[in-house]
Structures are given as C-alpha cells and as structure tokens.
Design a protein around this ligand. Structure first.
Ligand SMILES: *Cc1c(COP(=O)(O)O)cnc(C)c1O
Length: 383
C-alpha cells in the first residue's frame, strides 16, 4: 500500500477520518436540506442568520449587475473597486481604528498579516488554543514560537520574562473557536504594555455577536489598546472575506508586504456590497443577540442538569466534551438519525482526549429546537 492509503487507513483506525461531505441542497437557516432530508443544524457560524437574509441577497444581485461576477485581478492591479474602499472605511470606523484592509478570508488574513510582520528576529507568544490559521501563519513567518497555557496570563508573563527578544508580539483568539470562551484581553493588553510588546487579536467569532451593536470582543471587554485586530466576514456577517484593522502605518505596511493579500485575486465585487449591508444589519441586531444569549444560557443550564461535560461560555459556541473519538462519533450519529446535525470535533482540531460535539446556536433557534436535542441526549444517557 502506498503512503496515501496508509495514512487514510491510520485515520480510520483512530476514528479521526473525515466522512463524506454533508452536501446541502437548500438555503442555510437554522435548518437545511441534506441528502433530501430537512435537518436541524447546530454547527453553523451563521449566528445572525444573515447568509440567507433578503436584504443581503438584494445587495448581492444589485452589485453583481453593476460590477459583474469576478474581480479580474489582485487588489494592487485591476482587482480593486470603489466598493471595497468603502467597506474598509466602514470596518475601520465600526471597529474604532484608523484603517482596515480586506482579505479573501479570515484564514488568508491571519496568514498574510502575521507572516508579513514577523520573521526570524521576532518572538511570537501564542495561546495554546489558537486557531489553526494562526499556527500556520507563525510557521510560515519563521519567527520563534512560544506557546503559553490557554488564557493563563501568569504563564504568559513567565514566558515573556524568559524569551522576550527585540521584536515581540502576543497573538490570541478573542473567542476560542472550539471552546467558546473569551481570552482575558484586558490582562493581556496590560502585560503587553508593561513589557512593550505588540498585540494581535483574532476576533472571528466575536464580530457581530459580542459588544455594543456587535462591534466585537474588545468592545465587550472594554479593551481599547490592542494593536491589530483580525476578523472574518464569513461567520456572523454571513458571506465571505477577512479583514484586519490597525493604525494607518501598520495597514500600509501590510498592504505592501502580505503575500496572501498581494498574490491572489480579490473576491467578487458583490461580496463587498453584501458585507457593507451586513454591517448595517449587524448594528440593527440587538434583539437577535439578546435572544441568542438567552437560549445559550438555557441550553447550558439543561446540559448541566444531565451531568454532561459542558462549561459556561461567553458566546453561542457550546462545547460538549466526550473525550474519546468513538463516543463523540456515536452521539453525533444518534443525533443525525433524529434529524439533528452537530459536527463531531476530533484531533487534530482539538487535543487527543478532548473530542467534542461543538454546538453553535443561531438567533433562529428556539427553545423547542433545543429541547429536541436535549431529549435525544437524555435518551442516550439512560440507554
Ligand atoms: C473561522 C476562523 C478563522 C478563519 O476565517 P475564515 O473567514 O473562515 O477563513 C480564523 N480564525 C478563527 C479563530 C476562526 O474561528
């Protein structure tokens, strides 16, 4: 057998093999049609249900008619449009920063920004639970990588004292994408100030969901002095794209240096029109955010009553940890039979022994939907 077959066999033996795609053949709201069956979804990052919003569909159609379907080039050649500049101005203002730059995704934003700024003369202090795109970026940058225990500012400070060099940056997810908890951004910003270290925060899951009008995690925690914030337009904002906000000089530097920005075609112009309108919708979504908070609280309270391994969360990501891959897959399969789709998250996405069902709730879910899940989990418990 060759290398590829062996690797796949190994993944299957460890229950880490990723199954066939769950092809969706409808819109994605809180439910979707998967393989001709209507399924209730509990794994989407479409928190405000904007991916199927009518105003955004209209914005997309209108911009497609005006600009066409493709950008025609990279932003620095023929791929820049007035509407992108408009979106960048809006993002900067919404986030309270001088400047913004839009990337094709959150992944390419992390990759481009971190590898543009850091090189082998830099030390990156990196939260252990950071997103894969941050790790890939660190690796690509060639910087020295120093990982600290997740959210542990004492460990961070200890490592800073030991490894601090001439150029240093602390990088953390604002919301940890698998566990759903917030990083202690205030304390991190204070340490950074004390030791004169740059800070970069990835707020993929906070944007649109947390803070006043959905401005994000730093707003929620009232932290104003993070140097660079990266985010995505592919989650709460409903469509696609990534962004970075910072001061004018740093954004200009990134525009000149970030290879994943320079050497790729811009997104279809319509997507920027959609994101502009999405920010307006995000601002109007206070009721949705309130409802989301309430149903998450309820879900966690009920899961705890069942003595399941769940922690409080600051977001609508709720991690139900089963530990080993097989038990996680079994619960996921049982839910699937009942018409409920929750992805089973396994290594390498999480550490060994921390396999979990990662529930995400959206503003469309209601108490009845949650009770449906709870009934299945209850029946499994007393089997
Ligand atoms: C989803 C995610 C990304 C990637 O964003 P995309 O727009 O999907 O590429 C980056 N960082 C974190 C923390 C994420 O959860």
């Amino acid at each position: 057998m060759n290398y590829f077959e062996n690797t796949i066999k190994d993944l299957k033996e460890k229950n880490q093999y990723r199954f066939d795609f769950m092809d969706i053949s409808s819109e994605q709201t809180k439910s979707a049609t998967i393989k001709n069956t209507e399924m209730l979804l509990f794994g989407s990052n479409n928190y405000l249900n904007l991916s199927s919003d009518n105003r955004l569909k209209e914005a997309s159609i209108k911009a497609t008619k005006k600009y066409g379907v493709g950008a025609g080039g990279s932003r620095l050649t023929t791929g820049s449009y007035d509407i992108i500049t408009e979106l960048e101005k809006e993002l900067a203002s919404f986030k309270g920063y001088e400047s913004a730059l839009v990337f094709t995704s959150g992944y390419t934003a992390n990759l481009g920004v971190i590898s543009a700024i850091c090189n082998k003369e830099w030390v990156i202090f990196c939260d252990k639970n950071n997103h894969a795109s941050i790790y890939d970026a660190c690796l690509l940058s060639g910087a020295k990588l120093v990982r600290y225990k997740t959210c542990d500012v004492n460990d961070l400070e200890k490592k800073i004292k030991k490894f601090k060099s001439k150029n240093n940056i602390i990088i953390t997810d604002a919301v940890f994408s698998m566990q759903g908890n917030l990083a202690p951004l205030k304390e991190i910003a204070e340490i950074a100030k004390e030791y004169d270290i740059y800070t970069l925060v990835d707020d993929a899951h906070g944007f649109g969901v947390l803070g006043e009008l959905g401005r994000g995690s730093t707003n929620q925690l009232n932290v104003k002095n993070i140097d660079i914030i990266i985010g995505t337009l592919s989650k709460a904002a409903g469509s696609v794209g990534g962004y970075v906000v910072s001061n004018k000089t740093i954004i200009d530097f990134i525009r000149n240096k970030a290879r994943s920005f320079i050497y790729t075609t811009a997104l279809p112009p319509s997507t920027y029109a959609v994101s502009l309108e999405a920010i307006e919708l995000i601002k109007e979504s206070n009721d949705k955010r309130k409802h989301l908070k309430e149903i998450c609280k309820y879900f966690i309270k009920e899961l705890k009553k069942l003595n399941l391994n769940v922690k409080d969360t600051d977001t609508s990501i709720i991690a139900l940890v089963y530990g080993d891959e097989l038990s996680t897959l079994k619960v996921s399969a049982t839910l699937l039979k009942e018409g409920i789709y929750v992805p089973a998250i396994r290594p390498p996405t999480v550490k060994r022994g921390e396999s979990m069902l990662r529930f995400t709730l959206t503003c469309e879910h209601n108490y009845k939907d949650i009770n449906k899940v709870l009934d299945v989990l209850k029946s499994l418990k007393y089997e």
